[in-house]
Design a binder for this molecule. Structure first.
Ligand code: AMP
Ligand code: MG
Length: 469
C-alpha cells in the first residue's frame, strides 16, 4: 500500500508528524472487503491487524491535522486530531484521492489531556452507521476496518478499546479554515482553499475573489444536498459543529447520531444537546450557520477591505434558505411520487407531516407503506386514509419508481444498533449484524426480511446518545 503524503505544505502547524501508539493485543473485528477491493488493498490478515491498529508504521509518516471548531456555538481555536492519525492518501479507480485515517490510535500534539483512544462501541457504530449511510446513497466517509486493541479505555466505565480506519475524500473541515483564519495566516488559507478546490470542486476556473466566492457557493450546494438527504431518511447527526462539517459534503463523525423513528421536527436524542440545537428539524439552520462561519474565514481571500468582503459574501449566504427550501420541497415531492408541480402540493405535503406528527407515526414505515400501497394492499395507518385520496389523485405510473428510490425499506434503527454494539463489546462479533447487513446493503429493495428490522421502534424519550466517545 503506497500512500501519498498530504496537507504537509499548507502551513506550519497544520499537519504535524505524529506516530500512532502501538496496542498490546490487536484483533480484527470488522473488515470492509468491497472497499478494500476498490483500492486494490490485498494483504494478509496479520498485516491488516498490524497496520490498522497503528502497530506497524508505513513508509509515509503519519500526521495529525490542526483545526478549530465552533462546538455548540462556542469557538475553540485549537482542536485538531487529538486521537486520530492521517496515514496518507490513496487513489481509487477514478483517480479520486481518499485520505486514510486511524481513529483511536493514541495521543497527538492536539490531544489536550485526552487519552487519544476510542472505545469499541463507538468505533463499531462509526463503521456500521457510515456503511449504512453509504448504502442509503448518502455522501459519507467510509470505514475500512475496526481492530480491537486488547486494552481498556476509561469512560463512564472501563470499556474495551478499538481503532477504526476511516476513508474520506478529504479531511478538510469548516474548522480547518477557521484554524488558519484565527491565526491570520492568509497564505495558509489560500493554500487550503486551492487544495480544497483542486480536490473537490475542480470545475471552478475563476481567479481572484470570484474563485473563493464560487468555492463558498459550491460548499453551500454540497451542504444543502447533504442535509436534505439526511432528512429524507430521518438521520440526526447530533453534533453538527464546524469541526464536524466537511468541505466535500460528506457526513463525518458518527458520535451521538441517531435515526428518527416517530416523525417530529423537534426530535433530538443527544443527551448533551439540551437546547435542541442539533434537533432533526434544526439541521438546515445549523448547516447555514456553519457555512456562514466558513464565509467569515474566507473574508481575507475576498478583499482586504472587510466591508467589501462582507458585501460580496453576503448575497451567497443570504440565499441559503431559498436554495434549501427548493431542494427540500423537491425531496418531499419525490417521497410522495408527485410528478410535475401542481397547485395544492404544498398543502398536501404539510397536511401529511401534520398527521405524522399528531399521531406519532413512524417516519420510515409510513413512507414505505405509502410507496407499496401503489402496487398492492399495504398497511397504511387508518388516520391517513382520508388524506390518501387526495394524494392518490396526484400519483401516476411513474410514482412508484420515484418513491421507491426516495423511501428506504430499512434504516439502521437506534435500538438495533445498540443490540449490535453490545454483542460486539461482549463477544467481539455480532450475529444480528451479519443478518442485518444483508438487508441494509440494499435498503431500497422491498423484501420480507426487512420487516424484522423495522419493528424495533423506540420512543424518542427512551433513547439517548452520548458524545465524548
Ligand atoms: P469529536 O467529538 O470526536 O468530534 O472530537 C472533538 C475534539 O475532541 C477533536 O479535537 C478530537 O480530536 C478531540 N477528542 C475526542 N476524544 C478524544 C480523546 N479520547 N483523546 C484526545 N482527544 C479527543
Ligand atoms: Mg469530530
Amino acid at each position: 500500500m503506497k500512500l501519498l503524503p498530504r496537507y504537509t505544505d499548507i502551513a506550519d502547524d497544520f499537519a504535524i508528524e505524529n506516530t500512532p501508539s502501538s496496542v498490546s493485543n490487536p484483533q480484527l473485528l470488522l473488515w470492509n472487503e468491497p472497499l478494500a477491493q476498490q483500492f486494490d488493498i490485498n494483504m494478509a490478515e496479520n498485516d491488516k491487524v498490524q497496520i490498522f491498529s497503528g502497530n506497524q508504521a508505513l513508509a509515509t509518516p503519519a500526521v495529525a491535522l490542526g483545526y478549530s471548531g465552533h462546538q455548540f456555538g462556542h469557538f475553540s481555536p485549537r482542536l485538531g486530531d487529538g486521537r486520530a492519525h492521517l496515514l496518507g492518501a490513496l487513489s481509487d479507480d477514478d483517480n479520486q484521492l481518499w485520505d486514510i485515517q486511524l481513529k483511536g490510535s493514541g495521543i497527538t500534539h492536539f490531544s489536550r489531556g485526552g487519552d487519544g483512544r476510542c472505545a469499541m462501541g463507538p468505533a463499531v457504530r462509526e463503521y456500521i452507521m457510515s456503511e449504512a449511510m453509504h448504502a442509503l446513497g448518502i455522501k459519507t466517509t467510509r470505514c475500512l476496518a475496526v481492530v480491537s486493541s486488547g486494552e481498556q479505555v476509561y469512560r463512564q466505565s472501563p470499556q474495551p478499546g478499538a481503532i477504526v480506519t476511516r476513508f474520506a475524500s478529504s479531511h478538510i473541515r469548516v474548522g480547518s479554515f477557521q484554524y488558519l483564519a484565527a491565526q491570520g495566516d492568509l497564505k495558509g488559507l489560500k493554500n487550503l482553499a486551492d487544495l480544497a478546490i483542486e480536490r473537490h470542486y475542480s470545475e471552478i476556473t475563476e481567479t481572484g475573489a470570484q474563485r473563493y466566492l464560487m468555492f463558498l457557493q459550491k460548499v453551500i450546494n454540497s451542504q444543502i444536498e447533504l442535509v436534505v438527504s439526511w432528512m429524507r431518511v430521518g438521520f440526526i447527526h447530533g453534533v453538527m459543529n464546524t469541526d464536524n462539517t466537511l468541505i466535500s459534503g460528506e457526513t463525518i463523525d458518527y458520535g451521538p447520531c441517531a435515526m428518527m423513528n416517530q416523525f417530529d421536527f423537534d426530535t433530538c436524542y443527544s443527551a448533551i444537546d439540551k437546547q435542541g440545537r442539533y434537533a432533526f428539524g434544526n439541521q438546515p439552520n445549523i448547516a447555514s450557520w456553519n457555512c456562514t462561519r466558513l464565509a467569515e474565514s474566507l473574508m481575507g481571500l475576498i478583499d482586504e477591505d472587510d466591508e467589501r468582503a462582507i458585501e460580496l459574501l453576503s448575497p451567497i449566504i443570504n440565499n441559503f434558505s431559498t436554495q434549501f427550501n427548493k431542494a427540500f420541497t423537491s425531496m418531499w415531492e419525490k417521497k410522495l411520487g408527485l410528478v410535475g408541480q401542481h397547485e395544492g402540493d404544498h398543502e398536501l405535503i404539510s397536511e401529511l407531516l401534520k398527521l405524522l406528527n399528531e399521531h406519532k407515526l413512524d417516519y420510515t414505515n409510513t413512507f414505505n407503506s405509502l410507496t407499496e400501497s401503489l402496487l398492492a394492499n399495504a398497511k397504511v395507518p387508518k388516520v391517513l386514509h382520508a388524506w390518501m385520496l387526495q394524494w392518490q389523485a396526484r400519483t401516476n405510473n411513474d410514482s412508484y419508481t420515484i418513491m421507491r428510490a426516495a423511501n428506504p425499506c430499512v434504516i439502521p434503527r437506534n435500538n438495533l444498533i445498540e443490540d449490535i454494539l453490545l454483542e460486539f463489546t461482549q463477544a467481539g462479533c455480532s450475529e444480528i449484524y451479519k443478518k442485518f447487513k444483508l438487508v441494509m446493503d440494499k435498503p431500497y429493495l422491498f423484501n420480507e426480511n426487512s420487516a424484522e428490522f423495522n419493528h424495533k421502534i423506540n420512543d424518542a424519550l427512551n433513547y439517548n446518545t452520548f458524545c465524548g466517545t
